[in-house]
Design a protein around this ligand. Structure first.
Ligand code: PLP
Ligand code: ZN
Length: 428
């Protein structure tokens, strides 16, 4: 970038503070994890007064684009560091058929399947990788074969960074090949201890010993990417014409998304742009619900118990330990929120309803928020007159096998009217 470029502005971050030990750092220190290596998250704090001198509702409305419209509210110092694939700026679809079917007056779908790699994780990784560029690192690494890894691999490719992905031994070849096509180097990691995720174990060792840049979608391993999903909240508020919905339903795995949604709402509150927060609902599968259990049993946010033997069709919500569950529990407490688990068959029903009544093609994890809305409506927690925003977090193209297993093979017939008519009457 040319010297004196006027787009060269410093970030409006006051400091980073470790969620476990309270150690504070400056943004310029370039820390990704706490010096104490205590698995705390380096929560990022902003100078809202300074931000509001440049950023107003009016200036915002004049800007185009997605995530990077909110540059001042993101922890990147130079616009020249931005690595973007056109993420964010996703539509809020007002449901008509589905809302009628469910008996909900006002239902909106925030369609995150429209992102470049087809999940909301692109918002996380555009920020995580832009920060990597700013810090001058050459190698990124992650511990997952899911949507977060795919997004990291794509943004690393765009930035010309080497990306290493540690995946579980049983990770499907479909997911691995997507990573490989993006140019990531993939390692399957064998499990040695029952309770420990071997990919995270290796990630920590590699980060410590090789100094590579960790960028999974967990706050304790990278606090910058947490800030990306905040922009979903900004967009929701703006797309509703600066109105606050009654509920936002959030599919939850590690609870990083939940924490981000909350943080985004608080940013707008601190800027004085909204005067209260909506109620947040975190949704997990009954087959893996450590966060819901922690909420219902009022566990200490710093001591959430991991889930043994997770099993669910919602592969994006499979985290046995919610790494950002501490922030998630506080988010629910502060917003009078709830956490609820739904069975896999309800998730699959929600997935079908989204596609067949609204034309939105979600993966099971992406449909879990709608399943949660259906359950909370039935339980009387959500009122039929409430304004409800459901996050649809990832595309059905991510998991074609699940879709295939839901339907019978279509019939094969010749191109004759007779055969067609016969088959038509047989199918009823
Ligand atoms: C990652 C993911 C989630 C859950 O987000 P967390 O931050 O892990 O809670 C939900 N849906 C999809 C499609 C995802 O990829
Ligand atoms: Zn610390």
């Amino acid at each position: 970038m040319a010297k004196g470029d006027r787009s060269e502005i410093m970030a409006y971050v006051t400091h980073l503070r470790c969620s476990r030990c309270g150690s504070e750092y400056r943004l310029e220190d370039g820390k990704v994890i706490c010096d104490r290596d205590d698995l705390g998250r380096l929560d990022i704090y902003y100078d809202y007064e300074a931000i509001s001198r440049t950023l107003t509702k009016e200036t915002l409305e004049e800007r185009r684009g997605g995530v990077w419209r909110y540059f001042e509210l993101l922890p990147v110092s130079r616009r020249s560091s931005i690595v973007s694939l056109g993420e964010g700026g996703t539509p809020m679809i007002r449901s008509e058929r589905l809302s009628k079917h469910l008996g909900l007056k006002n239902l909106y779908l925030k369609d995150e399947t429209r992102n470049p790699t087809a999940s909301f994780k692109d918002r996380s990784m555009t920020v995580g990788v832009s920060k990597a560029v700013e810090l001058g690192v050459k190698k990124t690494c992650t511990a997952s074969s899911g949507n977060a890894a795919a997004a990291l691999a794509a943004y690393s490719a765009k930035a010309g960074l080497e990306c290493y992905a540690f995946v579980l031994e049983e990770a499907s070849i479909g997911k691995i090949s997507q990573l490989q096509l993006y140019g990531a180097k993939v390692f399957r990691v064998r499990r040695v201890e029952e309770e420990v995720d071997p990919t995270v174990q290796l990630l920590r060792l590699v980060v410590k010993n090789y100094g590579w840049y960790p960028c999974p979608s967990f706050g304790p391993f990278n606090p910058y990417q947490v800030e990306g999903p905040k922009t979903i909240s900004y967009e929701i508020v703006e797309q509703l014409g600066w109105r606050i919905p009654d509920w936002i339903l959030i599919p939850t795995g590690s609870a990083c998304l939940l924490a981000g949604i909350w943080k985004g709402l608080k940013d707008y509150y601190e800027l004085g742009w909204i005067d209260h927060l909506p109620r947040l609902a975190a949704i997990q599968s009954t087959g893996n619900a450590p966060f819901v259990r922690a909420f219902k049993e009022r566990m200490d946010p710093m001591n959430i118990e991991p889930w043994r033997n997770p099993r669910t069709v919602a592969s994006g919500l499979m985290d046995p330990y919610p790494w950002d569950g501490d922030a998630g529990l506080i988010a629910l407490r502060e917003t009078d929120g709830v956490a609820e688990a739904v069975p896999d068959n309800l998730i699959l029903e929600a997935q079908k309803l989204l596609a067949s009544m609204e034309g939105v093609f979600a993966e099971p994890s992406g449909a879990a928020g709608l399943a949660g809305a259906m359950k909370l409506l039935e339980d009387g927690v959500i009122d039929p007159s409430d304004e409800v925003v459901v996050l649809v977090t990832g595309s059905g193209l991510k998991d074609p096998d699940i879709v295939k297993s839901m339907f019978a093979e279509p019939p094969t017939i010749g191109p004759s009217l007779e055969e067609f008519t016969r088959m038509l009457s047989r199918l009823g």
